[in-house]
Design a protein around this ligand. Structure first.
Ligand SMILES: [Fe+2]
Length: 254
């Protein structure tokens, strides 16, 4: 398996290329607008891979995605949760779907909470073993924290329901083996998480199970209360960025 991380340190964003040398194919996850489509095409080429899939863990509300630009250049469709209310044609992903690149299998887990369309990608290299090796958790589970529940709809009952979804989703991710690497969509002081986000961009499920402060209660309402108490200010232009990433062409200043 081939694994490559491309970052934007300013906003604390991670994006990923997962590939397979035998088939020469790759999946790009959460490509960043600030880096641009060409960066991903060149990076895949340098790794000897051609991009077969472009996927998003969710519709982002803190930065512009490069997914639209990338699929236009490659003649593909973006792979997104079937729940994403996008205005453009996309490849809808459902719980239990698998994207394959030779022996590399990327399983789709629906992990709503941060957004209703949040999914996680659980990656297995079946040449090496049947167990998960890593998970790209989007903004569901971070290093030290979890994704905020208020960016799609900030009305109190909707935020509470989303936080409850987030509780279920992060505890579901805890069903993965301890050794599973955790690779979220953000790190550091990204506005998509709470106050406990680590500046370290990756972790393991086992370390987070033991030391993530948001995972130390098994009580859903305690988790919800803690999430709501620790909310940071929302990202600037969150609604406009999300609309733009959904293809609605809203003007965004950055
Ligand atoms: Fe997000």
């Amino acid at each position: 398996m081939i694994w490559n991380v491309l970052q934007d340190p300013t906003l604390g964003c991670n994006s990923y290329i997962v590939g397979d040398e035998m088939s020469g194919t790759a999946l790009v996850v959460d490509p960043l607008g600030v880096l641009g489509a060409e960066t991903y095409i060149m990076a895949a080429q340098d790794l000897g891979l051609s991009i077969a899939y472009v996927a998003e863990t969710h519709v982002h509300a803190d930065h512009m995605s490069a997914a639209g630009e990338l699929v236009a250049a490659l003649g593909l469709k973006v792979s997104l949760s079937h729940r994403a209310p996008a205005s453009f044609p996309f490849n809808p992903l459902h719980e239990g779907d698998t994207l394959t690149m030779g022996p590399v299998a990327v399983d789709v887990w629906e992990t709503p909470g941060h957004t209703p369309d949040s999914i996680s990608f659980v990656v297995r290299d079946t040449l090496r073993g049947s167990e998960p090796w890593l998970v790209m958790s989007g903004d569901s589970l971070f290093v030290g924290d979890v994704g905020r529940p208020d960016l799609v709809d900030a009305t109190p009952d909707k935020v509470q329901a989303a936080a409850l979804d987030q509780f279920r989703s992060v505890h579901r991710l805890m069903e993965l083996p301890d050794f599973t690497e955790l690779h979220p969509a953000h790190y550091g002081s990204s506005p998509c998480g709470g106050l406990f986000m680590s500046k370290k961009p990756a972790s393991t499920i086992g370390y987070e199970r033991r030391h993530n402060r948001m995972l130390q209660t098994a009580n859903a309402m305690e988790f919800v209360d803690q999430q709501l108490k620790l909310l940071k200010p929302p990202p600037e232009e969150a609604a406009a960025l999300r609309a733009q990433n959904l293809g609605y062409g809203v003007a965004v200043a950055r």
